[in-house]
Design a protein around this ligand. Sequence first.
Ligand SMILES: Nc1ncnc2c1ncn2[C@@H]1O[C@H](COP(=O)(O)OP(=O)(O)OP(=O)(O)O)[C@@H](O)[C@H]1O
Ligand SMILES: [Mg+2]
Length: 254
Amino acid sequence: MTTIIAITNQKGGVGKTTTAVNLSASLALQGIPTLLVDLDPQANATSALGVEKKPGCSLYGPLRGSGQASEFIVETKRKHFWLLPSEIDLAALETELAQKPDYLMQLKRCLAPLKTFKVIILDCPPALGMLSMNGLVAADKFIITLQCEYLAMEGLKPILAVAEQLRNEGLNPQLELLGILMTMFDVRTRLSNQVVTEVDKHLAPKRLKTLIPRSVRLAEAPSFGETIFEYDPVSSGAMAYAALGKEVVGLLKW
Ligand SMILES: Nc1ncnc2c1ncn2[C@@H]1O[C@H](COP(=O)(O)OP(=O)(O)OP(=O)(O)O)[C@@H](O)[C@H]1O
Ligand SMILES: [Mg+2]
């Protein structure tokens, strides 16, 4: 059985890609066969892993019904860790997919034959458009990354509403919020602590216990095409993403 986990938030710059890359790496380091699917036309996850963006090398074709997703999967240089890269063509799908029948089911259809992976992580773009919606329909679980900043909680409402709608309309009745992940947590600021307290007031059972600290090392790693475990394995960011990998495995109750 493969578990598909979407990393989402319609807000930009809140740590989705950093989490998708380093959570995937953490799972792979635990020996779990993991596929990271880059669903964002910006292709940040692809670059972050040091994989070259190539025209035509993405889910663009398969999502439109031509070719198989498996043809585009690349090996990263890491054990147990594969990537389905992105490139700018994916942007066109936001309008093209809307013209297809079953337009929300296309990613689910593309990923269904990929049975060799234990976990598939989806790095969603910063919008609740076609690609993210396809991600939420294909996913078993989703994680919302929430940056520890003023009004962070406001961003939760739209995505929770969309998930509820997908469940109610029968498009993905099993879809479950795996957890809310607090990112760029800064112990020194009162604001970070206030945001966590505020989330706990409303959604305590759904907040992931691992806090991802604000760390320059996490921001630097992608420019070297490295995960945090390669770039600085003893940094606070590496420890946090290792802990997140363990927490997620615990929640999946295999
Ligand atoms: N814990 C962190 N500490 C410091 N910087 C971080 C942290 N997490 C992410 N960043 C940096 O913040 C920026 C946004 O992060 P990231 O790309 O992961 O967010 P995103 O939600 O995927 O953005 P987008 O919506 O554009 O896809 C990046 O420059 C990243 O390196
Ligand atoms: Mg991103």
